[in-house]
Design a protein around this ligand. Structure first.
Ligand code: ADP
Length: 316
C-alpha cells in the first residue's frame, strides 16, 4: 500500500492578508462527531473478485473526509462498510472504536437521488426517522421546525417531493439525514445530478451545516473542486483493487468560497490543491489504461476536462 501524506496549501501572498478569513479549528473538542476507521480492510465478493485490498483510513471526530478516485475503485463500497450495509472479508470497520455491526441511527447516508418518500410531505419525510426512533409528537414538531429552518425550506414543509426542485429535494434529504442527530454523515455523490450553480449552493450549505453541527463527514465525489471545498482531507482511492493511493490535507480557511464569484486567494490555492490531486488521479487512470491497452495509452487521453476548478476528475 502506497500512502502519501501531503499538505499542499500554498504560502500566503503578501498583498492578500486582509482577504484571508480566519481558519475554523475543526475538528475541535466540542465536536459531536464520532471517529471512524477502516483497519486493514479487504472485501471480496462471491466469485473471488477483490474490491478493496488492505484499506486503512481513519476519520477524526468532526473531520470532513472526501474520497475521490476512478470509478469502480470502491469508494461507495467504503461508505457501505461505514454505513453497516456491507461487511469486510478481512480487517475491521470501527465507529468510535467499536466494530460496526450493521446500520444505525448514529450514521446517516445521503445518496445521489434524494430518496425522499414520494407519498409523504417534506415535513413528514424529515419526521420519519424521528418517528422510527420513538420521538414524541412535540419533539418531532420542534426538531422538524429546526431542520426546515437549517436548510431554508420552512415555506415548503407541506410540499410533496415532486413539487420540489432537485436541489430542494437534496436539502430535504440532508435535513432528514440530520434528524436523529447522527454523529457521522456519509454522502455518496449527493450533488452529481445537479447543475453547477445548485451544486455550489448546496456545497456551501453542507459546509455551513457540518461546521454548525460538528458532525463527522465522509463525502464521495468525482468533482475535485467539491472535494477541495468540503474536505479537511482528501483521500484518493486507487483501483483494481481499491486501496488508498494518496492523501492530501486541505489547509484552506473556512468558510471556503466556491468556484463561482470573484476570484480570491483561497480560490487560487484551492485550484493548486485540486491540480495536485488531479495529477495523482491521472497517474492512477493512466496505470489502469496501460494495463488495459497494453501500453497504447497516451497523454492525449486526458480525463481532466481542462478547468481544474470545475471539471477535474469528472468522467473517470
Ligand atoms: P466507486 O464508488 O469507486 O465507483 P464501487 O464501490 O461502487 O466503486 O464499486 C467497486 C467495485 O465493486 C466495482 O467494480 C463494482 O462493480 C463492484 N461491486 C459493487 N457492488 C458489488 C456487488 N454487490 N457484487 C459484486 N461486485 C460489486
Amino acid at each position: 500500500m502506497f500512502v502519501t501524506s501531503k499538505s499542499f496549501g500554498a504560502p500566503a501572498l503578501a498583498d492578500a492578508e486582509p482577504r484571508v478569513r480566519p481558519v475554523e479549528s475543526r475538528p475541535g473538542p466540542s465536536s459531536s462527531g464520532a471517529s471512524a476507521a477502516l483497519e486493514g480492510v479487504s472485501l471480496e465478493y462471491e466469485g473471488g473478485t477483490t474490491i478493496l485490498e488492505d484499506v486503512s483510513i481513519s476519520v477524526a471526530p468532526g473531520e470532513a473526509l472526501c474520497l475521490v478516485g476512478p470509478s469502480g475503485g470502491g469508494k461507495s463500497t467504503i461508505l457501505n462498510l461505514l454505513a453497516g450495509l456491507a461487511k469486510p472479508t478481512r480487517g475491521r470497520v470501527l465507529f468510535d472504536g467499536a466494530p460496526i455491526q450493521g446500520p444505525g441511527p448514529e450514521r446517516a447516508v445521503v445518496f445521489q437521488d434524494a430518496a425522499l418518500f414520494p407519498w409523504l410531505t417534506l415535513e413528514k419525510n424529515i419526521a420519519f426517522p424521528l418517528e422510527v426512533a420513538g420521538a414524541s409528537h412535540a419533539e418531532r414538531v420542534e426538531r422538524v421546525d429546526e431542520l426546515l429552518r437549517l436548510v431554508h425550506l420552512s415555506r415548503f414543509r407541506t410540499a410533496y417531493p415532486h413539487e420540489l426542485s432537485g436541489g430542494m429535494r437534496q436539502r430535504g434529504a440532508i435535513a432528514r439525514a440530520l434528524a436523529t442527530r447522527p454523529r457521522m454523515i456519509l454522502f455518496d455523490e449527493p450533488f452529481a445530478a445537479l447543475d453547477g450553480q445548485m451544486r455550489e449552493l448546496l456545497q456551501g450549505e453542507v459546509e455551513r451545516i457540518i461546521s454548525a453541527t460538528r458532525t463527522t463527514m465522509v463525502f464521495v465525489t468525482h468533482a475535485l473542486d467539491e472535494a477541495v471545498r468540503l474536505g479537511d482531507r482528501v483521500v484518493l482511492i486507487g483501483t483494481r483493487p481499491g486501496r488508498v493511493s494518496a492523501e492530501v490535507h486541505v489547509d484552506l480557511p473556512r468558510p471556503r468560497r466556491g468556484a463561482i464569484g470573484e476570484a480570491a486567494v483561497e480560490d487560487v490555492r484551492a485550484v493548486r490543491i485540486a491540480q495536485r490531486i488531479a495529477e495523482e488521479i491521472r497517474a492512477e487512470v493512466d496505470k489502469v489504461a496501460r494495463e488495459e491497452a497494453d501500453g497504447a495509452w497516451g497523454n492525449t487521453n486526458r480525463t481532466d476536462g481542462g478547468d481544474p476548478r470545475r471539471h477535474l476528475g469528472r468522467g473517470i
